[in-house]
Design a binder for this molecule. Structure first.
Ligand SMILES: *[C@@H]1O[C@H](CO)[C@@H](O)[C@H](O)[C@H]1NC(C)=O
Ligand SMILES: *[C@@H]1O[C@H](CO)[C@@H](O)[C@H](O)[C@H]1NC(C)=O
Length: 285
């Protein structure tokens, strides 16, 4: 991105009411009414997405962990789902203040991140998404949700939450590979169980399918926000080639790109809501 554009963005940050655009500093409690992006909700969900990395399951289950405070206080855990064989973890609970079910998925452990990056780079679109002609997805991510003990555990817990609290909406989140699983989960709950997906907010999520899958996805789960941070590598994987869109991976909308812009002692945190293409060239890609 050219430096001159950075300056323009920074000026929009200083003068949000003159910009008419979608670029504002994080310090503003930012809501973009035209897209439904809600900065406060994103801050709450990043806390839920980070809590799922806590390894002490007792602390997690009783919601007494170090990260189980502040904006997530009062969360009522319904089920902690652990698939030891595949090293996967997720939880389902109810946030009374949001009047919603929250589902969070754990991504890959830090030490195996490199394997995932390498795997993602070489892996082809290799699985036809069931019931959707020409929609291809990443076999590994699809299977991590659909072909392990995670899916039955999550679906069962959601149904129990509905019995206890009525058919409240569902918020789904996850980081990295957990974001990919969160996406498959949101689509599954919407299409197969008629859930109202209030929002799906993921952090540093890789691409999971081709452009046919991306449009199928955004049709069913329109309230989707993929948050990317600076130039994190994972959201750029597997690669997208404009000249071969049907055969390669394509992000679904909508990206929200966070980055820091510093000029001398002035440092801005920019939160840029990207266009509805999924592959906004002015955002992190
Ligand atoms: C944004 O989310 C927060 C937390 O859920 C909520 O209190 C607030 O009303 C939301 N804003 C809008 C405009 O929906
Ligand atoms: C699911 O797992 C079973 C048993 O491990 C395997 O035979 C099957 O091919 C897998 N299906 C997918 C879609 O990965």
């Amino acid at each position: 991105m050219a430096f001159s554009r950075h300056i323009i963005v920074a000026m929009l940050v200083c003068l949000p009411f003159l910009s008419g655009g979608r670029e504002l500093a994080v310090k503003c409690d930012y809501e973009d009414h035209s897209t439904g992006y809600n900065h406060t909700l994103a801050r709450i969900l990043v806390e839920y997405a980070s809590a799922v990395y806590i390894s002490d399951s007792t602390e997690l289950f009783t919601w007494t962990c170090s990260r189980c405070k502040d904006m997530t206080e009062g969360f009522e855990m319904i089920e902690l789902i652990v698939d030891v064989q595949h090293c996967l973890q997720a939880y389902v609970g109810v946030a009374p203040d949001l009047n919603a079910i929250v589902i969070a998925f754990r991504g890959t452990q830090e030490h195996s991140l490199q394997n995932w990056i390498e795997d993602l780079f070489w892996k082809q679109l290799d699985l036809n998404y069931p019931g959707m002609h020409d929609a291809m997805v990443h076999h590994g991510f699809y299977s991590a949700y659909h072909n392990t003990s995670i899916r039955p555990g999550v679906v069962n817990a959601v149904q129990r939450a509905w019995e206890l609290y009525g058919r409240i909406g569902v918020l789904v989140t996850g980081h990295s590979m957990g974001g990919a699983m969160a996406s498959f989960c949101a689509l599954d709950l919407k299409v197969n169980y008629g859930a109202n997906i209030t929002q799906l907010i993921t952090f540093g999520q890789p691409r999971v399918g081709n452009s046919v899958f991306a449009s199928y996805f955004s049709e069913h789960v329109p309230a989707t926000f993929r948050i990317t941070n600076e130039h994190d590598m994972v959201p750029h994987l597997p690669p997208y080639y404009t000249y071969f869109p049907q055969k390669t991976y394509h992000h679904f909308p909508r990206e929200v790109w966070l980055y820091t812009l510093g000029v001398g002692s002035l440092v801005y945190r920019i939160e840029q809501v990207c266009d509805s293409s999924g592959e906004d060239p002015s955002c992190s890609r």
